[in-house]
Design a binder for this molecule. Structure first.
Ligand SMILES: Cc1cc2nc3c(=O)[nH]c(=O)nc-3n(C[C@H](O)[C@H](O)[C@H](O)COP(=O)(O)O)c2cc1C
Length: 154
C-alpha cells in the first residue's frame, strides 16, 4: 500500500510518533511517506489556506494518516485549515492520531479527533482508526507502542 502520514508538528512530539509509525509500516512492506503541514508563521495561527507554507497533496496515497497536536483544547489551527482545503479523500482508508500534553482526552484530544473525523467525512472518507497520545503521562511509551501497533495493522 502507498501510505501518506500527513503531520503538523510544532515541537516534534507528533512527528516523533509519526516516524515510529512509518518505521513499523515500512517494515511490513508498505511504501510510506511522511509529509509535513507547515504554517507561514508559528506566532499567528493560520486561518486560510494562504497562511500555510506547506500543504501536502494526498492524491497519491491508498491510506492517509493525519497527525496533529492539540492546541487550546482543540485541533491545532494549521491542521484544521489544511483539512478544509485538501482534495477528495473518497476511496481512501483514513486514520488519525493526535498528541496532547495533558493526561485526559476530554481536555482537547477527543475534540481534535472529532474535528479531523468531521473534516474527512466532508471530503468523502470515514476515519476508521484513531488514537491519542498523552505526552505527560507516565504511560506515554506504552500509549505510543499500542497506537503504532494498531495503526500499522493496515
Ligand atoms: C499553543 C499550544 C496550545 C496547547 N494546548 C494544549 C491543550 O489544550 N491541551 C493539551 O493537552 N496540550 C496542549 N498543548 C500541548 C501540545 O498539544 C503537546 O505538547 C503536543 O504533544 C505538541 O506536539 P508537537 O510537538 O508535535 O507540536 C498545547 C501546545 C501549544 C504550543
Amino acid at each position: 500500500m502507498r501510505i501518506g502520514i500527513i503531520v503538523y508538528s510544532q515541537t516534534g512530539n507528533t512527528l516523533s510518533v509519526a516516524k515510529r509509525l512509518a518505521e513499523s509500516l515500512t517494515a511490513k512492506g508498505h511504501t510510506v511517506n511522511i509529509a509535513r503541514v507547515e504554517s507561514v508563521s508559528e506566532k499567528n495561527p493560520p486561518t486560510t489556506a494562504s497562511d500555510l507554507k506547506s500543504a501536502p497533496d494526498v492524491g497519491a496515497y491508498d491510506v492517509v494518516i493525519f497527525a496533529s497536536p492539540v492546541h487550546a483544547f482543540t485541533l491545532a489551527p494549521a491542521m484544521k485549515v489544511y483539512l478544509e482545503n485538501i482534495s477528495s479523500l473518497a476511496g481512501k482508508e483514513v486514520y488519525c492520531f493526535v498528541t496532547q500534553h495533558l493526561k485526559w482526552a476530554w481536555l482537547g484530544g477527543n475534540r481534535a479527533v472529532r474535528i479531523i473525523t468531521a473534516a474527512c467525512k466532508a471530503k468523502g472518507a470515514g476515519v476508521t482508526k484513531s488514537g491519542i497520545v498523552h505526552w505527560s503521562s507516565q504511560e506515554r511509551d506504552e500509549q505510543i507502542g499500542r497506537l503504532v501497533d494498531r495503526l500499522s495493522d493496515v
